[in-house]
Design a protein around this ligand. Structure first.
Ligand code: GDP
Length: 424
């Protein structure tokens, strides 16, 4: 059985916690897209961790953690992340890296930086992890697959061929130092030695695991609104954030994905530029950010302050729909207990017309939020274990959101720890 955990919004919805929690009942946890450009914050018995590349299953002995073929693999980053877990007392995880995954090259990171520098004020707010140049090269067919590290003749020839092009860009477009073939080739041989213990045909591994009726968990990064096709293009990420892409990025049949858990945050937040209709500013935003603590303040990878907003039911309904959500985990609800009233964005007004359908970016830029105001519950809800014990206005908020997003809310997270969860 395959389950996917994905985000309905702009990312940072708390997928890490839900994956860590559901990792317990999974045999295999797979990252299928993205790279080390986003992070999950996980709090468990070993402490507090920000994982960027490793799947959230790494804390369990019984799980195999897979970096799928769809991931942008930064090899030194992977190794240092594994090492940092072991240094903090986590048992050595079982990790497999797809032999078809492609490698984030040192120049991808350079080009990411140089391009943002060149764009100046018009930059994308990239995390500068090399992700956009990486996926560009993958589809331009000049990327390096992990398997290619093991064929020295091929590797040498390809390094020469690719650097010829990269050096023209470095010299004439960015006016930066050129790269040497020998240095890059040597770096790739080092990468080979670092990654060799983990390399496997992971699609075959998953295929066999499914035959043995094992439970597979696909772990998404970011959320629907950062998807290159269905998100707020061009302020999106460079690989698909949708559960459907799990089939490709992990190498499994689409019909195997039976359960799609969409993680939805009880209010809105976004890191980086892009349209954000229900965004709030000033003291109101500062207060929410401060109350959000770890969940509110800074992106796990970027350390950038998050932009804050009220719950956006238009974006979230669309987010769940494009994910094909079968259920929703509503997170970070505990943070909202201080509010007298909770505005929920239930429509967008565009050119004088109100719509509940999420539009293309050009129209989104003109959208004004239409709010419905719900009463607050004015108390702490952490520690509550049963749905019926939540304050009435809190349940009203959950049930209102559930109707608006047209997806059952089966889990409510009322604190960052693994066990702080209310199941309905
Ligand atoms: P992800 O990228 O979707 O995994 O989300 P992040 O890990 O970047 O952000 C979620 C943040 O919210 C982390 O700091 C979590 O520890 C925290 N968090 C998750 N669920 C809850 C919750 O229910 N309540 C609170 N207060 N924090 C939570």
């Amino acid at each position: 059985m395959v389950r996917a955990i994905v985000g309905a919004n702009w990312g940072d919805e708390g997928k890490g916690k839900i994956t860590d929690m559901l990792g317990e009942s999974s045999d295999v946890v797979v990252r299928f897209q993205g790279g080390s450009n986003a992070g999950h914050t996980i709090i468990n018995k070993y402490g507090k961790f920000a994982l960027h590349l490793l799947p959230s299953g790494v804390f369990y002995n019984h799980t195999t953690s897979i970096i799928g073929n769809g991931v942008a693999l930064n090899i030194p980053y992977l190794c240092s992340e594994i090492e940092s877990l072991i240094n903090r007392g986590v048992p050595k995880p079982n990790i497999l890296v797809s032999d078809r995954a492609q490698i984030v090259m040192p120049y991808h990171i350079l080009f990411d930086e140089y391009e943002e520098e060149r764009l100046g004020k018009k930059s994308f707010g990239s995390t500068k992890s090399g992700i956009a140049p990486f996926y560009s090269d993958k589809y331009a067919k000049i990327g390096f697959q992990v398997s290619e590290l093991f064929d020295e003749a091929l590797l040498k020839e390809k390094v020469e061929r690719v650097l010829e092009q990269k050096n023209i860009l470095l010299e004439h477009m960015y006016h930066k130092p050129k790269l040497s073939v020998d240095d890059l080739y040597q770096t790739l041989l080092d990468y080979r030695n670092m990654v060799a213990p983990y390399v496997a045909d992971t699609a075959l591994f998953i295929h066999n695991a499914l035959k043995e009726e094992k439970t597979i968990l696909l772990e998404g990064q970011l959320g629907t609104l950062k998807d290159p096709d269905f998100g707020i293009y061009p302020m999106v990420t460079s690989s698909s954030t949708l559960a459907a892409y799990g089939a490709i990025g992990a190498g499994i049949s689409p019909y195997e994905i039976k359960d799609i858990i969409c993680v939805v945050k009880a209010y809105s937040s976004a890191v980086g530029a892009g349209e954000f209709v229900s965004e709030i500013f000033g003291d109101e935003a500062d207060e929410l950010r401060k109350r959000g603590g770890d969940a509110g303040e800074f992106g796990a990878t970027t350390g950038r302050p998050r932009r804050m907003g009220w719950f956006d039911a238009v974006a979230t309904r669309y987010g769940c729909c494009m994910q094909g959500a079968t259920e929703v985990a509503l997170t970070v609800l505990d943070v909202l207990g201080y509010l007298d009233e909770l505005p929920v964005c239930v429509g967008y007004e565009i050119d004088g017309k109100v719509t509940k359908d999420f539009p293309v970016t050009a129209k989104l830029a003109k959208a004004k939020p239409v709010y419905e105001i719900l009463p607050g519950w004015k108390c702490e809800i952490r520690g509550i274990k049963n749905y019926a014990d939540l304050p009435e206005n809190c349940r009203r908020y959950i049930e209102f959101i559930e109707r608006e997003i047209e997806t059952p809310i089966t889990m409510i997270s009322n604190g960052p720890a693994r066990e702080e969860i209310i199941r309905r």
